[in-house]
Write a protein that binds this ligand. Structure first.
Ligand code: NAD
Length: 229
């Protein structure tokens, strides 16, 4: 069977969950990367059976998650984590959640993976028009939503089985103007799409891994509700 790591699952409402479940239904072993500040509530809900209804697979069994890894994809190594984040109590609940450390943990625990899914994005100023977006907000959107895919591929590709596959989720606002999708998120998706072409070439040559992005239709996930979509 295949083993998949899905980054960006913190409830049962978003694309990441649905992709993980579909991969599980197809027989894959599922590892999740969950944003550190959302880790406690996700694990508690999972344990208390809050997701049991949406864990139901077509064959009647429940979708099993082999392991949940805390992850913050805006930090590549421990050196990148600022002191205020290190001392933040929402981050103190776990350790080893930078991209490089998570990759090392997955490699130590399982040796290799076949499928890497990037289903995460964050734009702190997403409700602001681009014209009103600060430099800080714009760069934060790019960091969380675009560079995070470069970073995941950088650290996971070396232990992905050749012939494996990776995918991220993009959105139409990269190519057409969609009012309301602000804060540099439209820019972040354009970067993600361009990077996908370059990474497909680089990672394809170096590791024999496919790199794709799919432009998803609108879904009322937690992230989408936050911007009133
Ligand atoms: P979602 O809220 O279920 O998923 C986003 C996840 O990203 C959340 O679990 C959040 O905790 C996580 N996250 C945010 N910052 C992170 C960080 N720094 N490190 C690790 N995880 C972090 O919402 P979704 O809409 O399913 O989003 C998944 C992907 O689909 C995103 O890339 C989004 O842009 C894309 N997308 C969504 C829509 C839509 O209409 N919902 C449309 C097209 C594309």
């Amino acid at each position: 069977g295949k083993r998949a790591f899905i980054a960006g699952v913190a409830d049962d409402q978003g694309f990441g969950w649905a992709i993980a479940k579909a991969l599980a239904a197809a027989g894959a072993e599922i590892l999740l990367g969950t944003w550190v500040p959302a880790l406690n509530i996700f694990e508690t809900s999972l344990r208390k059976g809050k997701f049991d209804e949406s864990r139901l697979l077509p064959n009647g069994s429940l979708f099993e998650i082999a392991k949940v890894y805390p992850l913050d994809a805006v930090y590549d190594t421990p050196d990148d984590v600022p002191d205020d984040v290190k001392s933040n109590k929402r981050y103190a609940v776990a350790t080893g959640w930078t991209v490089k450390e998570v990759a090392e943990s997955v490699k130590n625990d399982y040796g290799s993976i076949d499928i890497l899914v990037h289903s995460l994005a964050n734009g702190p100023e997403v409700t602001k028009p681009l014209l009103d977006t600060s430099r800080k907000g714009y760069l934060a959107a790019i960091s969380a939503s675009s560079y995070s895919y470069v970073s995941l591929l950088k650290y996971f590709s070396p232990f992905m089985n050749p012939g494996g596959s990776s995918i991220s989720l993009t959105y139409l606002a990269s190519e057409k103007t969609i009012p309301g999708y602000g804060g540099g998120m439209s820019s972040a998706k354009a970067a993600l799409e361009s990077d996908t072409r370059v990474l497909a070439f680089e990672v394809g040559r170096k590791y024999k891994i496919r790199v794709n992005t799919i432009s998803a239709g609108p879904l009322r996930s937690r992230a989408a509700k936050a911007i009133g979509f």
